[in-house]
Ligand binder design. Sequence first.
Ligand SMILES: NC(=O)c1ccc[n+]([C@@H]2O[C@H](COP(=O)([O-])OP(=O)(O)OC[C@H]3O[C@@H](n4cnc5c(N)ncnc54)[C@H](OP(=O)(O)O)[C@@H]3O)[C@@H](O)[C@H]2O)c1
Length: 310
Amino acid sequence: MIVFEFQLRIQTVSDQLLADGEVKEQRIPLNIDTNMLKIGFLGGGKMAQALARGFIRAGLSKGEMMLASCLPNDIGSIETFKEMGSSTVFANATVIDYGDVLILSVKPQIVPKILPEFTREKVHDNKKLLISIAMGISLASLEKALPKDTPVIRVMPNTPALVGCGATVFARGRNASDKDAEITEKLFSAVGICEEVPENLIDPVTALASSGPAYIYMIIEAMADGGVKMGLTRSIAYKLAAQTVLGAGTMVRETNMHPGQLKDDVASPAGSTITGIHHLERHGLRSALIDAIEAATLRCKEVSLQTKED
Ligand SMILES: NC(=O)c1ccc[n+]([C@@H]2O[C@H](COP(=O)([O-])OP(=O)(O)OC[C@H]3O[C@@H](n4cnc5c(N)ncnc54)[C@H](OP(=O)(O)O)[C@@H]3O)[C@@H](O)[C@H]2O)c1
């Protein structure tokens, strides 16, 4: 269970609840007995929603203890948070006031517009932990823009966090304590696996694990297309392709065997699998994936540079 060093506070959140279009007042005490985290999402998009669901499912927070900032026209996100029992507000400052853990989950280009809202008064003399999931925004640039000594952790999650199968890494800023790292690790382990890495590995991790689900969806779709071409129905083809990817991934993780060994075990002499493998090799499947991860890493670095220059 997470033990928090945060002070017990009675927090008053008063803001426009945009979903209802009316002003409501909410009083949410921090109940340290239940080890429930007050989490504020700055930006309530896809990733924030995936994380919020995961945290609730893992019992680390409750819907009513999370607050997200959403743009007034983002009705879909407002509705999703409402379904989870969470409030949404327009003002990022209200979220900063509210959460003990603040998750910066807007697109990278929006981050510089939000950071000035983190004033010394709002971060309560650094009792709040800021977790940034924004792609390409370095710890150094976050720390430079925030009040001195603000604890910051840079996290790179992926969307399978929504179903508890996320692959997340994090790197801690210079003011983040072991306790901050522990909180981050517990939060993100609740939605999959979570490892600490040096910050210079975050770009390749982004290219592999954060972009990776998109590559695998393409593979699932293509395998299903192949099945349909050979006479399977769409629904059984998608089901089989998805389950095969899940099964193969689980085999690699659970057996700790080299994927090459597992592949060899499936390919019998003069069999159909080795014939399929030959086709994949001829069409450069491995090179295509290696190139994709190299290109995506370079693109991450490019985005980081652009964000630094803006
Ligand atoms: N998706 C992934 O797989 C993934 C993986 C790892 C990291 N990330 C990172 O996670 C962050 C969020 O990504 P996402 O995919 O969740 O993007 P997203 O769905 O577009 O979420 C960003 C949200 O922030 C809202 N927003 C825009 N300006 C705002 C402002 N000034 N104040 C408050 N909210 C504002 C957006 O509203 P509008 O849509 O109305 O503009 C949107 O709902 C990004 O920095 C991304 O790099 C994403």
